[in-house]
Ligand binder design. Structure first.
Ligand code: ZN
Length: 867
């Protein structure tokens, strides 16, 4: 599954919310052998009826009761071999009193006739309405994690694997897609029956059904049909977005040492999907928002990653199934790491190293801002809470560290062994450790203990000094432990790892490394390395394979050399970060040079970002040159950095980007946003006219531009939201929160109501709360997510009441959790923080004046040095 990204900024520190408790799989009355759903859909009435037949092989004799998960269904009858069974049903669990009782080894077939009217979970009926008359009519399902029970009665946990079969009657013009092979179709004047059979065992959460008037695009891999289903106008976008699927199937078949195991691979793009994608067995569902137009394909690689992620799950998740949600990292971590593996295969080592760095950062932001937890834990309120950045991104980093420990060759051997020996079975984390040990002899429990079974990662500080008399490099490594940790616990927080350290020399303009390896396990350790001459730069954790944060405290010259010469792009990025901490004109020069000369786009992106953090006017010229970069991703970063500068020149430059356009939507959108952000920052210094001009420009964008998935107009709305004192800006934003506005634009307008709310008049604040109250009553998942995001930014007690009622009423565990976390955040916002905020505004103003002074001073100094 691929999750919707939430903002990660929050203050609650415990993963376990009140009510969290340990979760276990239930006792097993027997082995489910087969599930057969025979359904008839009534699409206009958003309802369906049919029979669910479960073939069960009892584990023992004399079982007289079965308890099935079944939520909000109407149960009409329960039969075993035509014998009516008595049952009771409370809307949550279906208890069947078996007559006769079970006999070991004698299979029973439990047939449950049921219907469902207007279901709220599990199966979703999408249809046009008065606000969105052009919306597609579709029906699709989403089982993970515990929602299959909302569309059929079942033992709804991943520990039970069985074959499955879905026969479904739909109106003639619709296509119905499900797991496995299409074994039969039948047509009459009005209806069509599709009969699908999944012959390999899988869990209930991977059973799916997708119905729509789709275009069907056929591709293939090794004779296996690969099909893309999209709404009819999107055929070209489908090929553009999913066209690499056959190459990916080939790649992952090799990588995992197991040929793609199913008779087909279908990807269905559906509307209003509540995840990015879902890896139902042989039938992945994807959000239709991933479909790229030609211009978006220029610098959007997310869609390709999404396709790779869900495909990798066909092995990790579907072929090998997790026994319990607490081990979901085995599949989500690998699916996330597969994005890295595919990136390396398709775009090279630099791209994959940078990809991994971004995953690490995503996890670190959650660890820092939200909570820290062990990756494996069974203590939660709802399993869906586990689907966070620890599970995905940190899980991916753990797989990379396994590869680092084993080396590429043994890693492949271990993964092949794991997949081959657990195919069509369920696994827990221990099974991965055992497969590694069996294939390679290596016991990686020490790594899992540190990174999987407990929370956190090492935060290193590295100091370097050169002792010229003795020709010794002195490296001091400190593990930074948060201050609030009790002294007695410090030893438990420390990491014990072998870290490679290299010293770099430059021969004929090329780097040469001398490698060492040290065991870092104490809070502070100093290492001495005898070297024949003074190194030009130092590379800590060569390859940057260990999940960590690192502060490099090296002299300026070594950092500059590292930025230029270290062969590892991530090391060059760390050097850029460390340089900025030093500040000054020389740093600006080094980074500006790197922005032009650096061969890898990812480092140029990071260098631009770092330049934007330096509060010196001289930064502008360096960044301005970066706007000519061939790579759109760099131009976007440059525009974002220019936005940080907030001067008249940067405003003018961004305005020209908006007016002239760019080959990339994202570059344009960033410039549109920047206009608003810079104008808003300059309002305080009596330059009101600039805000007026900016609003005029953004209004023009809202009227004339649109962009793929509304990215341009979203940029304008976000830009307007920075004008926190402007009523005109607020009125514009509110206009886009009403039903009928294109969904991505509307969701963004809702989200930024929080941003703009913080300096509005009391009357306008009331208007915002009023609108958010209305919006919070909408049941659509993505609207609720946006409402929570908005409210969490607010600094008024009024937000808390809305959040609380949303938490109480939402059917979605993700919204519930986020709403509760937001309540805590708003409470903090309105505590002492209001006064702090006013102070901060004052300080920002002073800083700006200071920056002008400092810039003049730096210029004078530079001149003085030059003479
Ligand atoms: Zn996933």
């Amino acid at each position: 599954m691929s999750n919707i990204q939430f903002d990660s900024e929050n203050n609650s520190k415990s993963f376990e919310l009140p009510g969290a408790r340990p979760h276990y799989n239930p006792d097993r009355p027997g082995q489910v052998e087969h599930i057969f759903l025979d359904l008839e859909l009534d699409i206009p009435n958003k309802s369906f009826h049919g029979t669910c037949t479960i073939s069960l092989n009892p584990v023992r004799s004399n079982i007289d009761k079965l308890t099935l998960d079944a939520v909000d269904l109407e149960i009409n009858s329960v039969k075993i071999n035509d014998t009516e069974q008595t049952f009771d049903y409370d809307g949550n669990e279906l208890n069947i009193y078996l007559q006769p009782v079970t006999t070991t080894g004698q299979q029973i077939k439990v047939a449950i006739a049921y219907n469902s009217n207007n279901p709220q979970r599990g199966i979703y009926f999408i249809a046009p309405d008065k606000h969105y008359p052009d919306k597609a009519t579709q029906v699709w399902t989403q089982g993970e994690d515990e929602d299959s029970r909302y569309w059929f009665p079942c033992f709804d946990y991943p520990g039970q694997l069985s074959t499955s079969e879905i026969r479904v009657k739909v109106p003639h013009k619709f296509i119905a897609i499900s797991n496995g092979e299409l074994i039969h179709t039948e047509e009459n004047e009005n209806d069509k029956i599709y009969h699908w059979m999944q012959k390999q065992v899988h869990p209930t959460y991977l059973m799916t059904l997708a119905v729509g008037k789709f275009a069907e695009i056929q591709d293939e891999w090794n004779g296996i049909p690969v099909t893309y289903y999209v709404e009819k106008k999107r055929q070209e976008d489908a090929r553009r977005t999913m066209g690499k699927t056959p190459q990916m199937i080939e790649f992952f078949s090799q990588e995992f040492g197991y040929k793609y195991p199913y008779p087909k691979y279908a990807q269905v793009c559906v509307s209003d999907f509540i995840f990015g994608g879902m890896e139902n067995t042989s039938t992945t569902l994807l959000t239709d928002r991933c479909l790229l137009d030609e211009k978006a394909a220029l610098d959007n690689y997310n869609a390709e990653s999404l396709v790779a992620h869900e495909l990798a799950h066909q092995w990790f998740g579907d072929l090998i199934v997790i026994k319990h949600w607490s081990h979901a990292w085995i599949k989500e971590g690998m699916a996330t790491y597969s994005e890295v593996l595919w990136t390396e295969h398709e775009y090279g080592q630099d791209d994959s190293a940078y990809y991994l760095l971004k995953e690490a950062r995503s996890y670190i932001a959650e660890d820092k801002g939200r909570y820290r937890r062990p990756i494996v834990t069974n203590v939660y309120r709802e399993a869906i809470e586990l689907y966070d950045r620890h599970l995905y991104e940190k899980g991916g980093c753990v797989y990379h560290m396994i590869k680092t420990e084993l080396g590429a060759e043994l890693f492949t051997k271990a993964i092949h062994n794991f997949v081959q020996s657990n195919a069509h079975k369920t696994v827990e984390t221990i099974d991965l450790l055992r497969a590694i040990e069996q294939a390679t002899g290596r016991n990686l429990l020490f790594l899992f203990d540190q990174y999987v079974f407990r929370g956190g990662h090492p935060d290193y500080k590295v100091n370097y000094a050169w002792d010229g008399n003795n020709k010794l490099a002195k490296i001091t490594v400190t593990q930074i432990i948060p201050k609030n940790d009790k002294k007695s616990d410090v030893s438990k927080e420390l990491f014990d790892l072998k870290i490679p350290i290299a010293f770099g020399y430059i021969k004929d303009e090329k780097p040469e490394l001398i490698n060492f390896s040290v065991r870092v396990h104490e809070q502070e350790q100093t290492f001495y390395f005898p070297l024949s001459e003074k190194p030009k730069f130092i590379s800590f954790d060569v390859g940057n394979n260990y999940l960590k944060t690192v502060k490099l405290e090296y002299p300026l010259a070594e950092l500059k050399a590292q930025l230029q010469f270290d062969p590892d792009p991530v090391s060059r990025i760390y050097a850029a970060e460390a340089l900025v901490k030093k500040g000054g004109l020389e740093v600006v020069k080094a980074l500006s040079k790197s922005l032009i000369d650096e061969p890898f786009w990812g480092v140029r992106v990071e260098v631009a970002k770092q330049l934007g953090k330096i509060k010196l006017d001289q930064v502008f010229d360096g960044l301005a040159l970066g706007l000519q970069d061939q790579d759109a991703r760099v131009r976007r970063a440059v525009v974002e950095a220019l936005t940080q500068i907030k001067t008249n020149e940067s405003y003018k430059l961004l305005k020209s980007v908006v007016k002239n356009g760019d080959a990339s939507y994202y570059v344009e959108a960033a410039a549109v946003y920047g206009i608003g952000d810079i104008a808003a920052a300059n309002v305080n210094s009596d330059e009101k006219p600039i805000e007026k001009k900016a609003i005029k420009l953004l209004k023009w964008v809202l009227k004339e531009k649109q962009g793929w998935n509304e990215v341009l107009r979203c940029g304008a709305i976000s830009g307007l939201s920075k004008m926190k004192t402007s009523e005109t800006a607020l009125n514009l934003i509110l206009k886009y929160t009403v039903p009928g506005v294109a969904q991505p634009l509307r969701l963004n307008a809702i989200r930024v109501l929080g941003t703009i709310s913080t300096a509005q008049s009391p009357v306008n604040l009331e208007r915002i709360l009023q609108r958010l109250t209305e919006l919070s009553r909408e049941t659509f998942f993505l609207t609720q997510v946006s409402v929570v995001a908005a409210l969490s930014q607010m600094q008024t007690a009024g937000a808390i009441a809305i959040l609380q009622s949303l938490a109480d009423q939402t059917p979605d565990g993700r919204v519930r959790r986020r709403a509760e976390e937001a309540v805590q955040k708003v409470q903090k916002n309105i505590g002492g923080d209001k006064a702090v905020k006013q102070l901060r505004d004052e300080m920002d103003k002073m800083k700006k004046e200071n920056q002008e002074l400092r810039s003049r001073l730096e210029n004078l100094e530079a001149k003085a040095k030059g003479t």
